[in-house]
Design a protein around this ligand. Sequence first.
Ligand code: HXC
Length: 510
Amino acid sequence: MKDILAELEARRAVARAGGGARRVAAQHAKGKLTARERLELLLDEGSFEEFDMFVAHRCTDFGMEADRPAGDGVVTGWGTINGRQVYVFSQDFTVMGGSVSETHGAKICKIMDMALQNGAPVIGLNDSGGARIQEGVASLAAYGEVFQRNIMASGVVPQISLIMGPCAGGAVYSPAMTDFIFMVKDSSYMFVTGPDVAKTVTNEVVTAEELGGAGTHTRKSSVADGAFENDVEALAEVRRFVDFLPLSNREKPPVRPFHDDPARIEESLDTLVPDNPNQPYDMKELILKVADEGDFFEIQREFAGNIVTGFIRLEGSTVGVVANQPMVLAGCLDIDASRKAARFVRFCDAFDIPLLTFVDVPGFLPGTAQEYGGIIKHGAKLLYAYGEATVPKVTVITRKAYGGAYVVMASKHLRGDFSYAWPTAEIAVMGAKGAVEILYRAEQGDNGKIAQRTKEYEDRFANPFVAAEKGVIDEVIMPRATRRRVCRAFASLRGKKTAAPWKKHDNIPL
Ligand code: HXC
């Protein structure tokens, strides 16, 4: 008996050693942690339950039968984050470069199936040289099985990808189908084809970092939702992030203890909007002042800064925030902002996370770049996402809400539950200057008359009261009381239920 116990311990020790001391040292030398070190930081201490530690590949080509490392380059199982269950896989670059074999893929599929069955998120720590070259199509098939599970799990359990090393070729499409992708700066990259192929085909000379590093994907492509300085920070932030999410679509988002008065008054908000309507201000200040304890987890901070998306808590419950940002492009909606916010809204709706929208939007960004790029279709994504969302929706218009953009930004007309306006709100088809140019074309050149017309228009429309008279906003509120009003609004919507006509699925303008 003793011998058997000793053998188990010995086998475990071998499996835990991964690719051996030399390769572990090489991993550390790149500033990267090993697969197991990462899981230790991600999960609550002592909570990790491993599956398939002894699984080995079945390949017999290229002399592979002589090299069958236990675990086959991926550590899988489940554990907890602040006491809440998550399923995890962590690719081990020290074992055949973390490459994906038939059995490596099957291990990932096993935990995805369990996550779906038991209703808990899947967190993938990606660090892999891609398809195991020696296994050929068996490896591609393994990827295909993972992809299909990503699709089946979408909208059922949250899926989070952390890219902590190479992720190239078709392998990128598994993270691409998860809900959120976070990257580690300088040590991770993602691309469909690498720098060498780019050079051959397009004659471009580009480094891996330039082509697919964290900077590229958080600022240019928007493939990634955030980037962190190193493995330790990335794993700590994912822990923080998971705290905001429900475990599945069968559960409500978590309610945490909070130490912030829901009725807290913020007098400084009364002067947040400048007197000059063309002067920007920082919408993030409003978000931070409304949130419990000023805690805000921002999504896609580096991309499309004209719209801000992320998670806060109100009375301890998670709320998704979407806000126009007057500091960037005057808060206009453009292609990037529409796509960014639409995806965020759909995630929140899929997982029953209420939506809070702060509006200061002068309209859609004009120009050929936008029209040729399909702003019609991309803007429709946001409109559609808001309109289909059935979660509680509370909107606060702080300043401009002009034209089509007014309707798009979670207006009452898109089944918004509460629409509040600050006294500084201006809800109209367009701003005074543009309106007067069209309505009084004949008087252009007569500066006195135009000034008078502009004043008339401003007096009539540069306020929230016309909209309040018509009931398209529910109430004009004091800026300082925004947190209290919004908390009460969401509290009143906790029992919200809606009905929808039967359909197989919708056809959002992709
Ligand atoms: C088998 C692999 C491997 C792979 C790396 N290794 N990639 N083994 N299949 N795909 C092994 C190496 O042989 C080496 O083994 C160890 O992992 C570390 O690799 P190094 O090259 O020494 O490391 P490094 O210099 O850091 O370079 C990492 C790398 C490079 C850039 C990822 O290994 C590389 O280019 N690998 C091939 C990438 C690739 O073309 N993959 C297929 C992509 S297509 P030893 O024993 O020396 O430690 C794809 C399609 C997916 O993935 C399709 C889905 C539908």
